[in-house]
Design a protein. Structure first.
Lengths: 126, 140
């Protein structure tokens, strides 16, 4: 505890600057929109109306695969007089919609990783 | 799928944003790095893609394969460290000397699953499984 306090004090004495930056790529994929896509019910036209054209369109064994993605990057920097610590964390939200030959949604695969993305400057550890 | 050019851009931006100082330590992490322990729950021939997605989240890409699909999770753990020994003589030197040692390492990897037409995992493997890079500025 005392060592941590000394380290913190030394850092504050030598603190030159801090920096926080953020960058995103793509539009946010809203959870409500993803939940509204029902397997066996929602059609290709419904998906396109709600989410727009996909970022990637692939053929998967005769089925269409729509991929939507969004990237979020957070950069934290601690700039001391003698040493700088910086960390860039990037995570993505991905949504895959598999549409069968009849134009009906067969499967939906989605996850939001960016919700837990934090600003970090300490480059060591996990 | 994060294009390679985008991940390079993030890395170079992280390096360029750091002002010239005595030492720099920087790290770039894209997605959560997977380990063999993280994916040990997958049993070939039994685990479905739904089980995998529930534990690991959505993949970065799904591509067509003979009789099924290839599902890929990508992640990156890049480390950069730099020491400018010129700082040691700055107080006594009329010029601004630099003697810079720096080194970066990229632990790029991908985890791939081969699924059959019923979305059951039939094969799984890490693509490269490179060791985690270290913060070591010594380049030689």
């Amino acid at each position: 505890m005392r060592r941590a306090g000394l380290l913190l004090g030394a850092m504050l004495l030598t603190l030159n600057a801090c920096a926080f930056s953020r960058g995103t790529l793509g539009e946010e994929i809203k959870t409500d929109t993803v939940n509204s896509i029902k397997k066996g019910v929602t059609t290709r036209a419904d998906v396109l109306a709600q989410l727009g054209a996909p970022d990637r369109l692939l053929q998967l064994n005769g089925r269409d695969l729509f991929q939507y993605y969004r990237y979020d990057a957070k950069v934290g920097s601690l700039l001391l007089i003698l040493i700088n610590f910086s960390r860039v964390s990037v995570k993505s939200d991905d949504l895959f919609v598999i549409i069968n030959r009849d134009g009906i949604v067969e499967d939906v695969i989605a996850s939001k990783r960016t919700e837990n993305l934090e600003f970090r400057f300490w480059p060591f550890g996990d | 799928m994060l294009p390679r050019t985008v991940s390079r851009t993030f890395l170079f931006a992280a390096i360029l944003m750091m002002p010239l100082s005595g030492c720099n330590v920087a790290r770039l992490t894209i997605n959560t790095p997977l380990t063999p322990q993280t994916v040990s729950f997958i049993t070939e021939g039994q685990t479905t893609l739904t089980d995998v997605v529930n534990k690991l989240g959505a993949p970065d890409s799904i591509t067509d394969a003979e009789g099924g699909a290839v599902v890929t999770y990508r992640f990156l753990n890049a480390k950069y460290s730099r020491v400018n020994f010129g700082w040691l003589v700055k107080p006594w030197s009329p010029v601004d000397p630099d003697l810079v040692f720096s080194r970066s390492g990229m632990g790029t990897d991908a985890f791939e699953l081969l699924c059959d037409s019923n979305w059951v995992v039939t094969h799984q493997a890490f693509v490269r499984h490179r060791p985690d890079p270290l913060f070591t500025p010594y380049p030689f």
